[in-house]
Design a protein around this ligand. Sequence first.
Ligand code: KG4
Ligand code: ZN
Length: 369
Amino acid sequence: MNLSSPLILGIETSCDETGIGLVRVQAPQAPGGLPTGQVLAEALHSQIALHADYGGVVPELASRDHVSRILPLTRQVLSEAAVTPQEIDVIAYTQGPGLAGALLVGASVAEGLASALSKPLLGVHHLEGHLLSPLIEGQGGVADEPPFPFLALLVSGGHTQIMRVDAIGRYALLGETIDDAAGEAFDKSAQLLGLGYPGGPAISQAALSGNPKRFDLPRPLLKRPTLDFSFAGLKTAVLTQTQKLSANTDASVKSGSPFSEQDTADMAASVQAAIVEVLAAKCERAMMETGIRKLVVAGGVGANRELRARLQMLSNRLGAQISFPPPRLCTDNGVMIAWAAGLKILAGEPTRSAGSFSVAPRWPLASEA
Ligand code: KG4
Ligand code: ZN
């Protein structure tokens, strides 16, 4: 293996996206610096259309689709980068958490490739992929300077956490949701509004023409002295409001939704405002409590424009440095898995040889702070 600048193939199949990324990471120029590197090629297939009729991800369909996409996407990435399979130094894959069947597809393809090519493997934690994605070189993140320690707001479909990142592999959990994740709150609210799946992009689109103040939705734990979140009450409040709306609705409804276009937009804007306000307030609290003025945002909800704008305003006010991966690297992808593997390998994490493997559908990332 090329130890100082390994070429890494990353495979992501934890949920409903088949993501392949090929990156080269390079050891830091100066001691204490961050590795640099380059994204050579990437490919992604999203299963949104496959699951849309069901209102959420159907695990068995997800696994089958990963099976049919994974090798063509891998070939595409290698050909775009003009790299032969033999030139790959390490094969990285998402080991967990995620859907067991979907994870097994990525893990077994990684294992098969590693075995056929006699290459080492590294199983990566999906959330670590998200967490380190703002460090991907050349993507407008914090890759230009040594960022440790920094705070990370990790907001995906299944997780809402604030972490302190002290080094690659050293993560302290400062707060997390005690019930639903922020992404889940977007998804469930969208479902109640008849906006389809995935809910986040649909809500933020509908919210563009809505009034965020029309519906007074709860902001759970907003004022409490904790970095924990709770979003389950929000879903219940949206349900109550939508029931009232459908009782009042008249014939001017748009097709596919039981509510008028304006009601839907106002509700979407109100939901988004409630979620964004809570996320921003907890980030502010985390910065005040830790004194750390560096914040990175990762995970699918990090693609939300309103959240980005709100956190940007917050960091301007506090003189903090904030960074987001570009929206395409906020949602699931193979590049973040390859990059996280590269950072870990350069930080001394051992790879393993092909032989036996397992996946970890449930797998905590951080220790409690
Ligand atoms: O990180 P991710 O792609 O997958 C998981 O690991 O869960 O996150 C998916 C979540 C979904 O809940 C989706 O609704 C949400 O991210 N999401 C958004 C946006 N784009 C994706 N939420 C709000 N605004 C968006 N623009
Ligand atoms: Zn994810």
